[in-house]
Structures are given as structure tokens and as C-alpha cells.
Design a protein. Structure first.
Length: 167
């Protein structure tokens, strides 16, 4: 793709949204290393309360689940397990993120993962007109309606977040 800057190249997440005719806004910023989601919000001048992060958990061995929660929250593993009907869940190790999702830490999104996993969006997103999630690459964010993310990721809404997390 000669002549195109890397930040202008569409990600799998954007290609999926385009194929589904889902409207979204793409944000790009210089990022060579993920710091945290608050840093991302500040770099883009976006309100942190609209920023959501994507977390991946494992129930039984190789049974993965994806959760999309506000950046200022942490995932309640008990609520999350209940939401997906699992006995218990644990966060996958950071070193496994790319192998499981196809994305890197800080660029992980529920859209366009290399395999489809059960996905849950925290129910707090339902009342917001738009939320911002990773676009599938460091320095790339996507703003879209929560209902559109729900449809595109084949997800469900559930109360899975609790206050006080680290992004």
C-alpha cells in the first residue's frame, strides 16, 4: 500500500463495520507503545466516560470470552461468569492476547477477531449515544453506537463491570 500511512489503512474491525454498513467514526493518533486507556482518551481529546476497553477471559481451557467495559471500571469475574454461563473465569495472560485474538495489547477489539468468541458489552453502554473502542491497532479508535457494536460483534448486554479498575 505504497503512499498510504499506516494509520490510514483499514483494520479488520473497520472492514467488518464497512461490510455490515455500520456507521462509525475513526480516530487515529501517534502511538508506538500502549500506555493506558486514559492516555488514549487524552491524546484524542475524548471524554473518558465514553471510552471502553476490551478484555479477554478464559473459562474452561481454551474457552474464551470477550468483555467490553468502561475504561474506569474493572471486570467483575463473578458477574461475567454468570453472564456467559461459565463456572468461573480468569483473565488471559497478556502474553496470550495476540495468539487468542489476533490483536496486540492496547489494540484489542471485539470486532474482527481471528475467531468468534462469546462477547458481552457492559449494560452501562446501552444509555450512551456512542462509545469509543479500539479499532484493532495501536493508535486507532472507533466511535459507534452501542447497539451497532452489539450487532456487529454478535454480542449481548449485561452488568459485568464494577467501579475502580485500571485501564
Amino acid at each position: 500500500m505504497a503512499g498510504k500511512k499506516e494509520r490510514d489503512v483499514k483494520t479488520n474491525a473497520m472492514r467488518l463495520l464497512d461490510a455490515l454498513h455500520v456507521p462509525y467514526r475513526h480516530y487515529a493518533y501517534e502511538c508506538t507503545e500502549f500506555v493506558d486507556a486514559r492516555h488514549t482518551a487524552a491524546a484524542l481529546g475524548l471524554p473518558p466516560e465514553r471510552m471502553y476497553k476490551t478484555l479477554v477471559t478464559e473459562g474452561a481451557p481454551r474457552q474464551y470470552y470477550v468483555f467490553v467495559i468502561p475504561i474506569d471500571s474493572e471486570l467483575s469475574l463473578k458477574k461475567a461468569a454468570r453472564a456467559v454461563g461459565a463456572k468461573s473465569l480468569s483473565m488471559i495472560p497478556v502474553k496470550d492476547i495476540t495468539a487468542v485474538t489476533g490483536y496486540v495489547r492496547g489494540g484489542c477489539t471485539a470486532l474482527g477477531m481471528k475467531k468468534k468468541y462469546p462477547t458481552v458489552i457492559d449494560s452501562g453502554a446501552e444509555v450512551l449515544p456512542e462509545i469509543v473502542v479500539s479499532g484493532g491497532r495501536l493508535g486507532c479508535q472507533i466511535e459507534l453506537a452501542p447497539a451497532d457494536l452489539l450487532q456487529a460483534a454478535n454480542a449481548s448486554f449485561a452488568d459485568v463491570a464494577e467501579p475502580g479498575g485500571l485501564p
